[in-house]
Design a binder for this molecule. Structure first.
Ligand SMILES: *Cc1c(COP(=O)(O)O)cnc(C)c1O
Length: 366
């Protein structure tokens, strides 16, 4: 891999990291190495143990997060790998609102008697700090999905470490450009690279980044990835690295679009609540119940009704359409992943649909 100065800014790292050395006839981009085995005698040996294309992606994301990275088949492969680190009967503290797959995995492990899950309101820092006392693992997601609550990562990480617990932060929503959890005290960062890192809604990929002072943990994870075969696709890591070349531009533009939409959403009579954590491009709005939200998501022509987030295109969905979504999330909550289109086009489409929601509101007796 090309040598990079450690003082480069994240935008430069996103463009420059994970490239072959600057030597005559080296390609600028790492090739897609389709190989299940390698000539004996080196570090890789076999396709389940490593791949040069994975390494390029891991180098780039590791530098952005400030740790050592391992790529996985999906975000959930990374999530379940981390949950599997926890010893039998140990307690995992986690947000009551978080990515549904993570919550369901915790519930599944608990139902099988493997762990105890202690779900907390992540914004209630004193309660989270108190919960850390008997935890083996503190799982943070900040901002949370889809409530967009923020955790005080630094304070919680200090309390967790005092109790001897590992701290994990799912950094999918923020990306390393807007939040670097390892610098705030986290031991492990997890990503669904499916979302902003890849950014084009065409890849499933996950990643774990381990803090530099946790070398042993990195070795354990690398060994387990080889054993479980939760390995990434080679083409997927190549696409994700290609996507990461524009991560800073996409995040900046999507965030600017989101922030331009906020005051307009707040003023619209169809919208009773706007939730925004202060950064990023995910906004949750609340409209008047299930029917209004369903009408909204099927009336737009530009905004696409789809789950997932972090693509160049604007998507949104009513979260409670999923039976597994927390009952504390309002029926009329629509999570919006603001894309990088022209913001006036986005608002024209959205406001037309919101106007329709107001027009079709059932008359309330006066
Ligand atoms: C999507 C997502 C995941 C799971 O990632 P997959 O790539 O879909 O397996 C985990 N955490 C968060 C916050 C996500 O948005």
């Amino acid at each position: 891999m090309a040598d990079l100065s450690p003082s480069l800014s994240p935008a430069t790292v996103a463009v420059a990291a994970g490239r072959p050395p600057h030597e005559p006839d080296q390609p600028l981009n790492v090739p897609i190495s389709m190989a299940s085995t390698f000539v004996a005698g080196g570090d890789r040996e076999y396709g389940r143990y490593g791949n040069p294309t994975w390494s390029a992606f891991e180098d780039a994301l590791g530098r952005l997060e400030g740790g050592r990275c391992l790529a996985y088949a999906s975000g959930m492969a990374a999530v379940t790998t981390i949950l599997d680190l926890v010893g039998h009967d140990a307690t995992v503290v986690a947000p009551r609102h978080a990515y549904q797959g993570s919550i369901m995995s915790l519930a599944d492990l608990e139902a099988r008697g493997r762990i105890k899950a202690h779900l907390v309101d992540i914004e209630d820092t004193p309660a989270v700090v108190a919960a850390c006392a008997d935890a083996a693992l503190v799982w943070l997601e900040s901002p949370t999905n889809p409530a967009l609550e923020l955790a005080d990562i630094e304070t919680i990480a200090a309390a967790a470490h005092e109790a001897g617990a590992y701290v994990v932060v799912d950094n999918t929503f923020a990306t390393p450009l807007l939040q670097q959890p390892i610098a705030l005290g986290a031991d492990i960062v997890v990503h669904s690279a499916t979302k902003y890192l890849s950014g084009h809604s065409d890849v499933l990929l996950g990643a774990i980044v381990v803090a530099p002072d946790q070398a042993e943990l990195y070795d354990v994870l690398l060994n387990r990835r080889s054993l479980t075969g939760s390995t990434p696709g080679t083409f997927e890591t190549w696409l994700a690295l290609r996507g990461m070349r524009t991560l800073h531009l996409r995040v900046e533009r999507a965030q600017a679009n989101a922030q331009a939409l906020l005051p307009r959403l707040e003023k619209h009579p169809a919208v009773s609540e706007v939730r925004y954590p202060g950064f990023g491009a995910i906004v949750s709005i609340v409209v008047d119940g299930e029917l209004a939200a369903d009408l909204l998501v099927r009336t737009t022509t530009l905004w696409v009704h789809a789950t997932s987030l972090g693509g160049v295109e604007s998507t949104f969905e009513r979260r409670r359409r999923w039976k597994t979504e927390a009952a504390t999330i309002p029926e009329g909550l629509v999570r919006m992943s603001v894309g990088i289109e022209d913001v006036e086009d986005l608002w024209a489409d959205l406001s037309t649909a919101l106007d329709q929601v107001v027009a079709e509101r059932p008359a309330t007796g006066g």
